[in-house]
Design a protein around this ligand. Structure first.
Ligand code: ZN
Length: 245
């Protein structure tokens, strides 16, 4: 194969790899954001369980206050008992005390129940904290892995850019411009001639044009349909191809 075509094929391979690398490198922030959104779910679960515990605590305090109020009321009623004059008044006082005592024991039962509930809520918080810590650890290691992968890609890109510069210096400027234009457009700058058609777009090439290509300067002829630079395959490849059929 003519060296210009060989060089162009190498440039094309480099360009394609560079495009892939750029895609991978620019996808990094999006990938990290996806990892972090997984963390956010755990964070929200933890916040919810903490909020549930706080409101549960507030309810407990309220019940404590209610019990205190009831006890104070009982105390007051008892201190009044010496002042009552009638049986009716005495009975009313006794009923009031009995009622308050009944309320207290109801609230105390509720408090006992709430203690069990509080323990369950604390356990939920501990679980959510552990899940979050685990997720954070996973995230950190995945992030590090991604970052070192991207670091590798950046180094590869740097290396390829150097190679590309080297290769391009060896190719005729006009041919390079032609190649660049169609590569940008189609992701490929070259097309191999298969028999009498363009191997990329399958358009038939005129016999005279085929003749011109084989006699002319490699890299100077483009497919009139798809604009890719045309080249003949290596004789070896043709032989292998036809013997395989
Ligand atoms: Zn073509």
């Amino acid at each position: 194969m003519h060296s210009t075509i060989e060089l162009l094929l190498q440039v094309q391979t480099l360009e394609q790899r560079l495009k892939e690398l750029d895609g991978e490198i620019t996808a990094l922030p999006r990938r990290i954001a996806a990892l972090e959104s997984r963390l956010a779910t755990h964070q929200q679960a933890l916040e919810r369980s903490r909020a549930a515990f706080v409101s549960h605590q507030a309810e407990r305090k309220q019940i404590d206050r209610q019990i205190e109020t009831l006890r104070a009321r009982i105390e007051k009623s008892r201190s009044h008992s010496s002042e009552v004059k009638t049986n009716q008044e005495f009975k009313a006082l006794k009923d009031e005390i009995a009622f308050a005592e009944g309320e207290i024991s109801k609230q105390e039962e509720r408090l006992l129940q709430m203690m069990t509930e509080g323990e369950a809520l604390e356990a939920t918080i501990a679980e959510a904290e552990a899940a979050l810590a685990n997720a954070r650890k996973d995230l950190d290691s995945e992030r590090k892995q991604l970052e070192s992968q991207v670091e590798g890609w950046k180094q590869e890109k740097h290396r390829l850019l150097e190679q590309r510069k080297d290769l391009r210096q060896q190719i005729d400027e006009m041919i390079l411009r032609r190649f660049d234009r169609v590569f940008r457009l189609r992701g490929q700058g070259l097309a191999v001639i298969e028999g009498d058609v363009c191997g990329s777009c399958r358009v038939r090439l005129r016999p005279q044009y085929l003749q011109d290509i084989s006699n002319g300067q490699a890299g100077s002829f483009i497919c009139e349909s798809c604009s890719r630079i045309l080249y003949f395959p290596e004789p070896d490849a043709v032989a292998a191809d036809s013997s395989g059929k």
